[in-house]
Design a protein around this ligand. Structure first.
Ligand code: ASC
Length: 154
């Protein structure tokens, strides 16, 4: 084979590899939306989990830290409103059930309830009294569970 033919062949092989790599690194629209949703719930759940340990007596109560985490949870809960666009129903692994979109009225009710319980928890946490915070935390946890039971795949 001519030397130039080898150069062309090598360029094609290497070039094809780059093209494949760039495709692999560009997430689809659905993947981006699902990743966005999972980011919101990851930040929400991680902060809620730290608070849960305090409420269960497994970690010390630091009122300021607890209140800051409650604010984060309320903020993420608010962001969850934009976490379920129709384009994010499928396209990447997700525990979000299709019923979220087919029973949107019911889903929105549970989401709105969770947001309201998260705001109440954040308000209670500003008081700095763990005994007063506990019922607000339990109400928020129950609102998480109500939606997961119905709309989150196991
Ligand atoms: C958590 C967490 C949830 C809720 C829920 C409450 O800590 O990750 O999804 O509490 O389990 O029942």
């Amino acid at each position: 084979m001519l030397k130039s033919t080898w150069v062309v062949a090598a360029t094609l092989i290497i070039g094809t590899g780059f093209v494949h790599e760039s495709f692999a690194q560009t997430p689809s629209r659905a993947e981006q939306l699902i990743r966005y949703r999972q980011s919101i719930y990851n930040v929400l759940g991680t902060n809620f989990g730290v608070m849960a340990a305090v409420v269960q007596g497994k970690a010390p109560y630091d009122a300021q830290d607890f209140a800051r985490r409650a604010d984060r949870v309320a903020y993420m809960a608010d962001m969850a409103t934009e976490a379920f666009p129709p384009d994010s129903k499928t396209g990447a692994p997700t525990k979000a059930k299709p019923e979220i979109w087919s029973e949107k009225g019911e889903f929105d009710k549970l989401l709105t309830d969770m947001q309201s319980k998260a705001r109440a928890l954040s308000a209670a946490a500003k008081g700095g009294n763990l005994d007063a915070v506990k019922p607000a935390f339990m109400a928020a946890a129950q609102s998480c569970k109500a939606c997961h039971d119905r709309f989150q795949a196991k």
